[in-house]
Design a protein around this ligand. Structure first.
Ligand code: NAP
Length: 306
């Protein structure tokens, strides 16, 4: 079958690290154009504005948005209005309401909107979900501690309103949690640490119903930690390496410490959704972040500089 032309918008870290390699090995898509003020991909027609790209490339059926969350809504709206299917990086928007609006727009036009959660495609997430089926969760703890300077070098937008701060990686953990838990949970309390010179938190501690807790921190240098540990009525499991390794009762049973499979799986899912004429928009991870911002106790901490 002919590969569908796709345009990538926002040629920054994730576009170059993951989207471009995933598209270059995709059997479903071919990268037909990019839109970015500064970035480009060698050999691919490059535009600095979305409208010019949409006008010049009527063959582009899918627009994949790798922009930060705040500028993403207007780009998604323009692409849908131009009759293109849209794929959203995580988190799918700056607010819940704007993503609901995009969902309605896509539905009205018979287009696909896919709010991706790359961590749900990590190697061991499906096995963890299957293992938890039929078990009762007694307690669960998430430890998501990484170095913002390593993963978001100089990206001021993460500390601007709508940038979500430490919830930018933390929402990946929440995307896994909301996928694998047999019963949904809701936030009951949160403590958020805001650097004195910033608009978004650099650390967060969350408590949920059902004995679930989380510790997100963006100040961890050295080894990075992306773990979800769960005790059940029938044993204990841990997802490590951002969902890529599954341990049961202390023994590794699945996966490997490598995230390169996530983005090819996202594009394969997008191809499936377009073929089926469906959308997939699950906002459960973002609801928890919005609730933490609503209910969280604010603590002012040391100023942060890149
Ligand atoms: P990034 O390196 O800052 O790239 C985003 C690109 O969007 C920029 O290079 C910029 O390109 C363009 N852009 C347009 N309007 C912008 C604005 N108002 N502010 C900043 N950039 C703007 O960010 P990223 O790390 O790729 O993250 C993009 C999205 O991917 C985020 O939602 C993030 O959560 C998600 N993501 C990131 C990672 C990671 O490891 N970094 C992993 C998974 C997912 P031009 O200036 O050329 O227009």
């Amino acid at each position: 079958m002919a590969r569908l032309p796709v345009a990538l918008v926002g040629i920054g870290k994730i576009a170059l690290d993951q989207h471009v390699p995933a598209l270059s090995s995709s059997n479903d898509f071919t990268l037909a154009a990019t839109v970015s003020r500064k970035g480009s991909v060698p050999g691919v027609p490059a535009y600095t504005g979305l409208d010019a790209m949409l006008a010049a490339h009527p063959e582009v059926r899918v627009v994949s948005l790798c922009l930060p969350p705040v500028p993403r809504f207007l780009a998604a709206e323009a692409a849908l209005k131009a009759g293109r299917h849209v794929m959203l990086e995580k988190p799918p928007g700056a607010t819940l309401a704007e993503v609901h609006a995009l969902e309605a727009m896509a539905r009205a036009r018979g287009l696909t909107l896919y709010a991706t959660w790359h961590s749900r495609m990590a190697r061991a997430v499906a096995q963890a979900k299957a293992w938890l089926t039929g078990r009762s969760v007694i307690r669960a703890h998430i430890t998501w501690r990484e170095d913002v300077r390593k993963w978001h070098p100089g990206q001021e937008w993460v500390f601007e309103p709508g940038g979500m701060g430490v919830f930018d990686p933390g929402i990946n953990a929440l995307s896994i949690l909301t996928e694998i838990l047999p019963e949904p949970v809701h936030l009951t309390g949160a403590e958020l640490e805001f650097p004195a010179n910033r608009q978004t938190p650099i650390a967060a501690r969350l408590a949920f119903s059902g004995g679930v807790t989380a510790d997100f921190d963006w100040r961890q240098e050295g080894p990075q930690t992306w773990d979800i540990e769960i005790d059940t009525d029938q044993g204990r499991m841990a997802l490590r390496m951002g969902g890529n390794v599954l341990e049961v009762d202390g023994q590794t049973v699945a996966g490997e410490a490598d995230i390169m499979g996530e983005y090819p799986a996202l594009y394969a899912r997008m191809a499936e959704l377009v073929a089926l004429g469906q959308s997939e928009v699950d906002l459960a991870p973002m609801v928890h972040v919005a609730d933490a911002m609503t209910l969280g106790r604010r603590i002012v901490t040391d100023p942060f500089h890149f």
